[in-house]
Design a protein around this ligand. Sequence first.
Ligand code: ATP
Length: 134
Amino acid sequence: MSTILTTIVTPNGKVFEGHVQMVSVRAKSGDMGVLPNHMPLVAPLEISAVKLKTEEKDEYVAVSGGFIEVRRDSVTILTESAERKEDIDVARAERAKEEAEARLAELGEGSPEYEAAKNDLKRAENRLRVASLK
Ligand code: ATP
């Protein structure tokens, strides 16, 4: 079966690199499954899970948004932060979630800090969701 060379890159380095059968992402425009020979494109991503299907298993990576670039034989995901499911520190994400919720309760809706806290909450909830995926 043909595969796609897939790389997930952050400012801190590569989080994933490997040949996969399918990459599933949540783009801003909706869910997208990328198979070999997909049409080339660039699309912004939601704070979400990336699923990497290989012959042996499915791998999951939490990404904090960013972009996917699809070429004929490769996929690159560029994002500010990304963690493989196994590397997610659940206690840290729970702490971040509680802190963000506390800030949201204090801040007025519409302020820049409120939007920042909402994003922090989304990242923490996404990490918790990815860590719990089977
Ligand atoms: P925190 O408040 O816990 O720092 P954060 O959402 O502010 O969370 P980011 O700024 O998104 O963190 O990421 C900073 C770095 O820490 C990145 O390298 C990211 O991959 C890593 N990171 C953040 N949260 C976790 C976590 N729960 N488990 C593993 N790595 C994490």
